[in-house]
Design a protein around this ligand. Structure first.
Ligand code: UD1
Length: 425
């Protein structure tokens, strides 16, 4: 298993190009199942979850091609799909495989997708995806670790999500576009990734109103056609580099980003004393604060502060003066990085979903283990300001969602190296 070796304390200077959003690319790829025509997706991030989704679509007999390697563009054609199943072997490495459920049942009348099961950041059920599909007339059964859905043709309905779910909204949106009649989704997620998906579906001929709001009104159509769509920039990668610039000193220019999607993060960092300039054309400049000050953060659905930025914020809070209260409201058990940061010298108290981070504390390099994707990013940031050497184990988590993070960091002056172990190969 690969590890990162990081020598902290280097000032970061230079520019970082932000990649396409993994969490927008995954539903867009699954949505290619909705038509027999080719769908061209651009600005695809070169990360492992994308490769997993490409494998899953290929397993279903989609044509998945890319003009470059590793791919930054995909041509996906679901013309000869003969397999309507997402097997456990692929789903277990990536929960987002559940996104194939809606498109498969909508177009082919049948889908069988392995249940993702638990994961490091909490139980993360898919009960709402299933409930919503049932509301659209699908018959579902959960058996042998798989969810199976059938419907000759889905029919439009009004469904109110009892809790906001991002992939749940995406799954049902990609089912409703081919349903018979009108579907109204209430309390839908408003994340930019949902909006990006809706915009791509509209290019494919879908009829959707209320895009960007919590009520989506969809008039089902008989069929969809191909389209070309460029994926939005990754707001979480951009946020991670904003924190990297803020805590390490120096100045970073982020290019190809979308500051509009980062409102709560930019506001929070500015409240901590960080200087951030949005310069137009997707450029954002971040300059380290002379002095970082504590600030409280509560994770919320969009447009609130993203749970996917919580671990990175915690790394920053260890360097800020005062006590920062961090409240995690989206996922239980999402403080695994905190105990690793404490091993590096951070002063963090956890009480249920509340973490109190007292700073500033000097961090010292230590061997630590990454527990999930965003936790790994938090640990990389902590290691960048720690003295001496930090070794981060299990960086396969970070490879799931960050494109060449070590190369991007080295290019702006960080001392980070990937150690490849051949022990288990
Ligand atoms: C997506 C993102 C993930 C992000 C999360 C919250 C992708 C691929 N992943 O995950 O990076 O951290 O949104 O912004 O886009 N829930 C249920 N029943 C369900 C579905 C969800 O109870 O059927 C609960 C979850 O356990 C959680 C909350 O709803 O407590 C929000 O989860 P959800 O928005 O569904 O997260 P994901 O879509 O899995």
């Amino acid at each position: 298993m690969d590890r990162f070796q990081i020598h902290g304390g280097r000032k970061l200077n230079g520019s970082v190009q932000i990649s396409g959003a993994k969490n927008a690319a995954l539903p867009a790829m699954a949505a290619a199942l909705l038509t027999a025509d080719p769908v061209v997706l651009q600005n695809i991030p070169r990360v492992r979850d994308i490769i997993t989704m490409a494998k899953l679509l290929a397993h279903m007999r989609c044509r998945v091609e890319s003009p470059d390697l590793p791919p930054s563009q995909f041509i996906i054609q679901a013309q000869n799909v003969s397999m309507h199943e997402a097997p456990y072997e692929l789903v277990k490495t990536m929960r987002a495989s559940i996104l194939t459920l809606g498109p498969l049942v909508a177009r082919f009348g049948h889908a069988r997708v392995s249940l993702p099961g638990g994961c490091a950041i909490g139980a993360r059920p898919v009960d709402l995806h299933i409930q919503a599909l049932e509301a659209l007339g699908a018959e579902t059964k959960v058996e042998h670790g798989y969810v199976e859905a059938r419907a000759k043709r889905l029919r439009g309905a009004t469904f109110r999500f009892p809790k906001i779910t991002v992939t749940g909204t995406e799954n049902i949106l990609t089912a409703a576009v081919l349903a018979d009649g009108e579907t109204i989704l209430e309390n839908a997620a408003m994340e930019p990734e949902v909006t990006d998906l809706a915009e791509m579906l509209i290019k494919m001929g879908a009829k959707i109103e209320g895009v960007g709001t919590s009520t989506l009104k969809i008039q089902g159509v008989k069929s969809l056609h191909g389209a070309t769509h460029a994926i939005i920039p990754d707001r979480i990668e951009a946020g991670t580099f904003l924190v990297a610039g803020a805590i390490t000193g120096g100045e970073l220019l982020l290019t190809n980003s979308e500051p509009k999607h980062l409102g709560a993060v930019i506001e929070t960092l500015r409240a901590c004393g960080v200087e951030i300039k949005c310069e137009g054309n997707g450029n954002m400049r971040v300059r380290a604060a002379k002095k970082l000050v504590a600030h409280d953060v509560t994770t919320e659905e969009y447009p609130g502060f993203a749970t996917d930025m919580q671990a990175q914020f915690m790394a920053l809070a260890t360097q800020a003066e005062g006590a920062s209260k961090v409240r995690e409201t989206i996922f239980e058990n999402r403080y695994m990085h905190a105990s690793e940061m404490m091993r590096m010298g951070a002063n963090i108290e956890i009480d249920g979903n509340l973490a109190i981070v007292k700073g500033p504390t000097p961090l010292s390099g230590a061997p630590v283990t990454a527990s999930d994707l965003r936790a790994s990013a938090g640990l990389v940031l902590a290691a960048l300001v720690a003295d001496n050497t930090t070794i981060i184990d299990r960086v396969y988590h970070i490879d799931r969602g960050y494109e060449r993070i070590e190369d991007k960091l080295v290019a702006v002056g960080a001392d980070i190296q990937r150690l490849t172990s051949y022990d288990d190969q």
